[in-house]
Design a protein around this ligand. Structure first.
Ligand code: BF8
Ligand code: SF4
Length: 627
C-alpha cells in the first residue's frame, strides 16, 4: 500500500526513480499524499448540487444525517452523482466526435479526405445520395448530418440502426433509445438538478440514454469520420514504451485525443525544411511519438510509436529528452506544467477547451492545421539545444502488431475463407470458431490507469488469464498500451494462449490481443459485436463475451461502462464507481439491470478473479446458446 509506484512496467519504475532522485513529484507521490481519501466522496454520499450543501450521508454509524438538507436520500445522491459523471464522460467523447465532424465539414479539398471508400459506405448507410456530387460535397453533407445528430429535434440517432434488431426493439420498449446527443446530456444535468428527479432507477435510466448517445452516437461519429478523414486502421508493426524516445533526435510527444492535431504534427515532422533545420541544431532527425489515446490514434493509422499510457505522461518529460509535449484535450495532467518547468520541455496546449497555467498556448484550427503544426514542430526543433539535465531514456521497448479496426478484422478473417464454407467479407469464420468451441469467447480489456490498482499489472494479468482459457482479447485506450508493452501483441504471445486460440492466431496471422484503437474506438467493438450477433440471429446479450476496465478512472470510462451494459454486455470494473454508499443503487447496477438490459456491472479488483468471472459468464452464455 505504501509503496508509491506499484507498476509492473520496467521503464516506468526506472523513470519514477529518476523523478524521485530529482525531487520531482509524480502521480504516485501525490496519490500517497492524498491518503486517507474522503470516505463520503468515495462512496458517492456527498452532494454539492445546491448551496445548502455540501450534504453528506453518514453510513458508518447510527448517528448522523441519513438524508440531505432537502431530504435527498443516499439512493438519490449516489445515483445523481453517477449520472452526472456519465453525462460528463458522454460529453467529452461526443464533443470530440463533433470536432471530427467539423474537421470533415471544413476539409475543403479532396486530398484531405483520405478514405473515399468509407465515405461512400457511410453515405449509403445514411441515405445520402452520391450521384452527381463530388467527394468534398458528399463529405460536407455527411458532416452536416453528423453535426445534426447532436441537436436534432425529432427521431433517433442514425447509428442505432447498426445494432441487432432485438436490441433496437428493447431500447425502444424501455424508452432509452437516444434522440439527440446534446439533449441526452442536458437532460441528465436537468433531472439531477436540486429538487428534480429523486428516483434512482429513473435517474439511471436517463444516464443510460446519455451513455448510449456516446457509444452509438458521439464516439461512433468520432471513429467513423476519423476513418474517412485519415484512413481506416490496418495491421502494422509498432514499437511501444518510453524506450521509443531517441537521444539523438528532436523528440516530440503528442498527447491527448483528437487525431486532427497529431496527424498534422506527423506531416509537419516529415517536412524536409524542418528536418534540415533539426540537423543544423545537431539532431539526427525528428522523432514524433504518441501518448495515451492520441498515441493509439496515430499508431493505428501511421505506425507512430506508442510512447506510453496515462501514468507515464510525466515520466516522458523526466527523461530530459522531450523537446515538446503537445496536448489537446482529456487525460492531460495539469501537473505536466510543473514537471516541464524542471526540464527544457515545452508544454504546448492547443485547444481552447484545455489551457494549462504554465504552458505555452498555440491554438490549433483545422483550416490552418499544417501551418500551425509546422510552427509547433519548429519550436520543438529550436528547443533541442536547450536540454538541461543528463538525458536518460530507459532501454525498455516492445514491439507489436496493431491496427485491428473492424474492417481489418474482417480482412484477417478472409484469410480462411473459401467460396463454399466461408463467404468472404463476413464474421462467419469467427462465429464458426466460437460455435465449435475452438474459441470459448471474447473479452474487451479497456480503460485507464488508477493508483488504486497496481499500474498495468491488472490489464496484463487479466489478459494472460483470458488467453490461456481460449478467450480472445480486444483492447483500446490505455489498456492497449499496457498490453503492447507486455508483449501481448507480438506473435510470440501465442505462448500465453490455450491450444484453440493459438491455432486461430496461427491461421489468421494475428496476435491474441487485438488493438482496436482509442477509447472512442470502443464503438468499433460495438460494431463487431453487432455483426456477430446479427450473423448468429441473436442479441448482443446472448453472446459469450464480456468487457473489463480493471484500472479505470475517468468519467468517460463510466459512460463507456454504462453504454456497454446497456448494449447487453457484462462489464467488470476493477475499481468501484462512487455508488457504494447506496445498496439499492449498487445492487441495481450490478444485479438489477441484467433482467432489464441483459448486461450488468460487476466489481472485482483482482484480475485473476475477474478472469474467472468472465470465463464463467462466457460458459454460461455458451450453454444458453446451446453451443
Ligand atoms: O480516453 S484510457 S486514461 S487516455 S480515459 Fe484517458 Fe483512460 Fe487513457 Fe483516452 Ni480513455
Ligand atoms: Fe444537500 Fe439536497 Fe442541496 Fe444536495 S441538493 S446539497 S442533498 S440540500
Amino acid at each position: 500500500e505504501n509503496c508509491a509506484c506499484n507498476t509492473c512496467d520496467a521503464a516506468t519504475k526506472k523513470l519514477y526513480e529518476k523523478a524521485k532522485s530529482e525531487r520531482i513529484d509524480t502521480i504516485w507521490d501525490r496519490a500517497l499524499a492524498m491518503q486517507p481519501q474522503c470516505g463520503f466522496g468515495e462512496m458517492g454520499l456527498c452532494c454539492t448540487n445546491c448551496s445548502m450543501g455540501p450534504c453528506r450521508i453518514v453510513k458508518i454509524s447510527e448517528d448522523g444525517p441519513k438524508a440531505g438538507i432537502c431530504g435527498a436520500t443516499e439512493d438519490t445522491i449516489t445515483s445523481r452523482n453517477f449520472a452526472r459523471a456519465v453525462a460528463a464522460g458522454a460529453a467529452a467523447h461526443s464533443d470530440h466526435g463533433r470536432d471530427i465532424a467539423l474537421a470533415l465539414y471544413h476539409a475543403g479539398d479532396k486530398t484531405r479526405i483520405r478514405n473515399e471508400e468509407k465515405l461512400f459506405k457511410i453515405a449509403g448507410e445514411w441515405g445520402i445520395t452520391v450521384e452527381g456530387k463530388d467527394t468534398v460535397q458528399i463529405a460536407r453533407e455527411m458532416a452536416e448530418r453528423a453535426l445534426g445528430e447532436f441537436g436534432k429535434v425529432f427521431g433517433k440517432l442514425q447509428f442505432l440502426q447498426r445494432a441487432p434488431e432485438k436490441r433496437i426493439k428493447l431500447w425502444d420498449e424501455l424508452g432509452v433509445a437516444p434522440g439527440a446527443i446534446d439533449r441526452e446530456i442536458v437532460e441528465v444535468l436537468h433531472s439531477t438538478h436540486m429538487g428534480c428527479d429523486a428516483d434512482y432507477r429513473n435517474i439511471i435510466r436517463q444516464a443510460i440514454r446519455a451513455a448510449l448517445s456516446d457509444g452509438w452516437g458521439g464516439s461512433m461519429i468520432g471513429t467513423e469520420l476519423s476513418d474517412v478523414l485519415f484512413g481506416t486502421p490496418m495491421p502494422k508493426k509498432v514499437e511501444a514504451n518510453l524506450g521509443v524516445l531517441k537521444k539523438e533526435c528532436v523528440n516530440i510527444v503528442v498527447h491527448g485525443h483528437d487525431p486532427t492535431l497529431s496527424e498534422a504534427i506527423v506531416l509537419a515532422s516529415r517536412d524536409p525544411e524542418l528536418l534540415e533545420l533539426a540537423r543544423k541544431q545537431g539532431a539526427e532527425g525528428i522523432n514524433v511519438v504518441g501518448m495515451c489515446c492520441t498515441g493509439n490514434e496515430i499508431a493505428m493509422r501511421q505506425g507512430i510509436p506508442m510512447a506510453g499510457d496515462f501514468f507515464q505522461q510525466e515520466l516522458a518529460i523526466v527523461t530530459g529528452a522531450v523537446e515538446a509535449m503537445i496536448v489537446d484535450v482529456q487525460c492531460i495532467m495539469p501537473s505536466l506544467a510543473t514537471v516541464a518547468k524542471c526540464y527544457h520541455t515545452k508544454l504546448i496546449t492547443t485547444s481552447p477547451k484545455a489551457k494549462i497555467p504554465g504552458a505555452i498556448h498555440i491554438e490549433f484550427n483545422e483550416q490552418k492545421s499544417l501551418e500551425i503544426a509546422r510552427r509547433i514542430v519548429k519550436d520543438a526543433v529550436m528547443n533541442f539545444k536547450n536540454r538541461k539535465v543528463e538525458v536518460f531514456i530507459p532501454d525498455d521497448k516492445s514491439e507489436g502488431r496493431i491496427g485491428y479496426s473492424f474492417e481489418a478484422i474482417i480482412k484477417a478473417l478472409d484469410r480462411v475463407t473459401n467460396s463454399f464454407a466461408h463467404p468472404s467479407g463476413t464474421v462467419k469464420p469467427l462465429v464458426d470458431a466460437i460455435k465449435s468451441g475452438v474459441l470459448r469467447g471474447a473479452a474487451a480489456i479497456v480503460g485507464c490507469n488508477n493508483h488504486r490498482q497496481p499500474h498495468n499489472t491488472c490489464h496484463v494479468t487479466l489478459a494472460k488469464e483470458l488467453l490461456k482459457r481460449d478467450i480472445i482479447v480486444v483492447t483500446t485506450g490505455c489498456g492497449a498500451h499496457a498490453c503492447i508493452k507486455a508483449g501481448l501483441m507480438d506473435k510470440d504471445a501465442r505462448k500465453y494462449c490455450g491450444k484453440g486460440l493459438a491455432t486461430v492466431c496461427e491461421l489468421l496471422d494475428i496476435p491474441p490481443v487485438l488493438h482496436m484503437g482509442s477509447c472512442v474506438d470502443i464503438s468499433r467493438i460495438l460494431v463487431l459485436l453487432s455483426e456477430v450477433a446479427k450473423y448468429m440471429g441473436v442479441d448482443i446479450s446472448d453472446l459469450p463475451v464480456a468487457a473489463a476496465a480493471p484500472e479505470w478512472m475517468s468519467e468517460k470510462a463510466q459512460s463507456i461502462g454504462l453504454y456497454a451494459v446497456a448494449s447487453g454486455v457484462y462489464v467488470i470494473l476493477g475499481v468501484p464507481p462512487a455508488v457504494t454508499g447506496s445498496e439499492n443503487v449498487t445492487g441495481y447496477l450490478t444485479k438489477g439491470l441484467e433482467s432489464v438490459l441483459g448486461g450488468r456491472f460487476e466489481i472485482e479488483n483482482d484480475p485473476v478473479e475477474a478472469a474467472a468471472k468472465i470465463a464463467a459468464h462466457v460458459e454460461n452464455r455458451r450453454k444458453r446458446l446451446g453451443i
